[in-house]
Design a protein around this ligand. Structure first.
Ligand code: NAD
Ligand code: UD1
Length: 341
C-alpha cells in the first residue's frame, strides 16, 4: 500500500483529502503544527474512516523535526497543504507568511530530496491569476500580478518548485490551482472551522444562517455581471479532495517534470445566487444587506476545466446546492465549531 505524507492534513482541505486517499486505498501519514486546526479533527477522521492515521505535531519549517517523519515512514508521495491562507492577515504580517509558506515548502523539498521521495502535489491557488478578468482562466493565463503577500507566496513557491524540478530531473511535481473550495464532508463531522469572524463568503453565510452572526454584507452589487454581484467558481471540498487522488495517480503514471492543473467547476456563481442556494438548503431567509465593494475583489473568476478533465480525468460532481446543504449540515451539527484542544 502506497503511503502519502499529507502536510497540513489536519486542516480543512487536508482532512477531506485524507478521507479520499484512505477510500482509494492509500495509507496516510499526517504532519501538522495545529497553527490553524484542532486535534478534534483526528478523532472525527477516526469516526469516519474507522481507523486512525499516524499524526505528527510538527512545524514543516523545522527540518530536524520533519525529518523524523521521513525517517520513521516509507513515504511514496507528499501532498503539501501546510501553510497560512488568510489574505487580510498576510497583509498585516507578511514576513510570517513568507517564512511559513515558503520555508515549509523548501523544507519539504529538501527532505524529499534527502529521502528519495519523488512525487509532490502542491496546493496553489487561483489567486496567482491576480486581477485579470480574462475568464475562464486557463493554465496558460498570465500569472504574477498578485494583490497580497499570501498570493505572492503561492506564485513564488510555484517558481521554486519549477526550479527544484530542473535541478532534480527525476522529481514529479503537480501544481494544483484551487478556485473557491466550500462545503463539507457528508457526515457533517468535518468542515471549514475558521477562527473568529470569517472573511470568506460561505463560512460567513453559514454563521448568519445558524444565527451566530446577525447579517451578511454583500460586497458590491454594481459589478458588470448579470445580477451586479461577483461571480466565483465554488468547488465542493470533497470534489477537490478527489482531485488530489487523481493528481497522485497522474504522477505515478507519468514521466518526471512539473504539471499544472486548475481545480474548479468551470461555472461562475454570483453572491446573490449563493445566498439563494443557501436559503434553499437551510429553509429560511439569510439576512443580508448590500454594501460597498471590497477592495481587491474582481468581478468574475472561474476556471477553464478542460485540461484537468482531459489529462487528469477530473470533473467536479457536486453542484452549488450540494455545497450549501453540506455546509448547512456541518453548521447545524457544529454550531460553535470544533472544541478547543
Ligand atoms: P487550513 O488552514 O484549514 O489548513 C492548513 C493546515 O496547515 C492547518 O491545519 C495548519 O495548522 C497547518 N499548518 C500551517 N502552517 C504549518 C506549518 N508550518 N507546519 C505544519 N502545519 C502547518 O487551510 P486549507 O483551506 O485546508 O488550505 C490548505 C492549503 O490549500 C493551503 O496551502 C492554502 O493556502 C491552499 N488553498 C486554500 C484555499 C481555500 O480557499 N481554502 C484556496 C486555494 C489554496
Ligand atoms: C478568497 C481569497 C483568495 C482565495 C479564495 C479561495 C480574499 C480577499 N481572497 O477569494 O485569495 O484564493 O478565497 O477560496 O480573501 N463576499 C461578500 N460578503 C462577505 C464575504 C464575501 O459579499 O462577507 C463576496 C466577495 O466580495 C466575493 C465572493 O463573496 O465576491 C467570494 O468571496 P470569498 O469567499 O472571500 O472568496 P474570494 O474573494 O473569491
Amino acid at each position: 500500500m502506497a503511503t502519502v505524507l499529507v502536510t497540513g492534513g489536519n486542516g480543512y482541505i487536508g482532512s477531506h483529502t485524507v478521507i479520499s486517499l484512505f477510500e482509494s486505498g492509500y495509507d496516510v501519514v499526517i504532519a501538522d503544527n495545529l497553527a490553524n486546526s484542532k486535534m478534534e479533527v483526528q478523532k472525527r477522521l477516526k469516526t469516519i474512516c474507522g481507523r486512525d492515521f499516524k499524526f505528527y505535531k510538527v512545524d514543516c519549517c523545522d527540518e530536524k523535526a520533519l525529518s523524523v517523519v521521513f525517517e520513521e515512514n516509507r513515504i511514496d508521495s507528499v501532498i503539501h497543504f501546510a501553510g497560512l491562507k488568510a489574505v487580510g492577515e498576510s497583509v498585516r504580517i507578511p514576513l510570517d507568511y513568507y517564512s511559513n509558506n515558503i520555508g515549509s515548502a523548501i523544507t519539504v523539498c529538501k527532505l524529499m530530496k534527502k529521502y528519495g521521495v519523488k512525487n509532490l502535489v502542491f496546493s496553489s491557488s487561483a489567486t496567482v491569476y491576480g486581477m485579470s478578468e480574462d475568464v475562464p482562466f486557463t493554465e496558460e493565463s498570465p500569472v504574477g500580478i498578485c494583490t497580497n503577500p499570501y498570493g505572492w507566496t503561492k506564485w513564488m513557491i510555484e517558481q521554486i518548485l519549477r526550479d527544484f524540478a530542473v535541478s532534480e530531473p527525476s522529481m514529479k511535481i503537480c501544481l494544483l490551482r484551487y478556485f473557491n473550495p466550500v462545503g463539507a464532508h457528508e457526515s457533517g463531522l468535518i468542515g471549514e472551522d475558521p477562527r473568529g469572524i470569517p472573511n470568506n463568503l460561505f463560512p460567513y453565510i453559514s454563521k448568519v444562517a445558524g444565527g451566530t452572526l446577525e447579517k451578511l454584507t454583500v460586497f458590491g452589487d454594481d459589478y458588470d455581471t448579470p445580477d451586479g454581484t461577483c461571480l466565483r467558481d465554488y468547488i465542493h471540498v470533497v470534489d477537490l479532495a478527489e482531485g488530489h487522488v487523481k493528481a497522485i495517480q497522474y504522477l505515478d503514471s507519468h514521466d518526471a517534470g512539473v504539471c499544472l492543473f486548475n481545480l474548479g467547476t468551470g461555472k461562475g456563481t454570483s453572491v446573490k445566487e449563493a445566498i439563494a442556494a443557501f436559503e434553499k438548503a437551510c429553509g429560511h431567509p439569510i439576512n443580508h444587506v448590500f454594501g460597498d465593494r471590497r477592495p481587491g475583489d474582481i468581478a468574475v473568476c472561474y476556471a477553464s476545466t478542460e485540461k484537468a478533465e482531459k489529462d487528469l480525468g477530473f470533473k467536479a460532481r457536486y453542484n452549488i446546492d450540494d455545497m450549501c446543504s453540506s455546509c448547512w449540515k456541518w453548521q447545524t451539527m457544529n454550531p460553535e465549531g470544533l472544541a478547543d484542544d
